[in-house]
Design a protein around this ligand. Structure first.
Ligand code: BV8
Length: 234
């Protein structure tokens, strides 16, 4: 924690790599989620319009794994929740992940920029609904007549990410930006490091490998998030 005390505003971007050690598959690693599906079939509005049942199955498989009882936050998630408790400056975790492992670890200052697996959304009003069981055609909204079939509350390619104004503002004012477990392939998240650099923040990448934007980071800490992040927070 000593090392963190010198900062006053920290933004942390997390990706699928921080949940990998909890047993959730990443997208682009070996045996990743995209291996079995084409992105355009399961992570675009066009794919959903073409085959909503296929997309429901893709997200239901992930929903069921997340609620199987076998998936728990790991030391990386827990360390970030401890940082929030102990750091007396401003902290925001921006996650690209749609799982709820940061919440379950105790993080509150958290923004899901690509949506949340545990919620469905009304396609007409955009109102969200907590889902107690996996997606199906029987999941309809209560805000419209006739009731609309709920879609996954997930940001697909070509859709506007959530909370960009708030994210931009915190990036403009942060003095430390840490990216953990993300391949840096998806924008606008992959461009956050440029904003942080532009405003003079220190930038750190935590990853098993040098990811796509690694040259933009001042520091690269190579290794598993569950090992590196607790050391970073201590
Ligand atoms: C938008 C759905 C308009 C949710 C996802 C050309 C140039 C630039 C941009 C574009 C372009 N063409 C199109 C675009 C825009 C497009 C885009 O970026 N395309 C890419 C492919 C080029 N972006 C969009 O469409 C976005 N919307 O642009 O709207 C707009 C924007 C701004 C302002 C106005 C209008 C929407 C993007 C969201 C798409 N939705 N998925 C879901 O199903 O979960 S993307 C998908 O990838 C997930 O959301 C995921 O979060 C995201 C990023 O993946 P990662 O989290 O990084 O995971 P990945 O598997 O890739 O990598 C894992 C990493 O972890 C690896 O580096 C690995 O080494 C590491 N790792 C593994 N284990 C560990 C570890 N690290 C540490 N410890 C470990 N144990």
């Amino acid at each position: 924690m000593e090392g963190m005390k010198m900062y006053r505003q920290i933004v942390i971007l997390t990706g699928a790599g921080i949940s990998a050690e909890s047993g959730l598959r990443t997208f682009r690693d070996q045996d990743g989620l995209w291996e079995e599906h084409k992105i355009e079939d399961v992570a675009t509005p066009e794919g959903y319009a073409r085959d909503p049942e296929l997309v429901d199955r893709f997200y239901n498989a992930r929903w069921s794994q997340l609620h199987s009882g076998d998936v728990e936050p790991n030391a990386g998630h827990n360390a970030l929740a401890r940082l929030e408790r102990e750091f007396d400056g401003e902290l925001l975790i921006v996650t690209q992940n749609i799982d709820d492992l940061h919440e379950r670890a105790g993080s509150h200052r958290l923004l899901h920029m690509h949506g949340e697996l545990s919620k469905g959304r009304c396609p007409r009003s955009r109102q969200t609904f907590l889902l107690k069981d996996p997606f199906g055609p029987e999941h309809t909204c209560t805000c419209c007549i006739p009731a609309q079939r709920l879609r996954p509350h997930v940001v697909w390619f070509g859709e506007m990410p959530i909370g960009l104004d708030r994210i931009q503002h915190t990036l403009d004012n942060c003095d430390l930006f840490i990216a953990i477990g993300t391949s840096g392939t998806v924008y606008p998240a992959a461009g956050f490091v440029d904003t942080a650099n532009h405003h003079g923040a220190q930038t750190v990448e935590v990853n098993l490998v040098e990811a796509d934007r690694h040259s933009q980071f001042q520091y690269h800490l190579q290794g598993k998030a569950s090992e590196i992040v607790p050391d970073l927070v201590d």
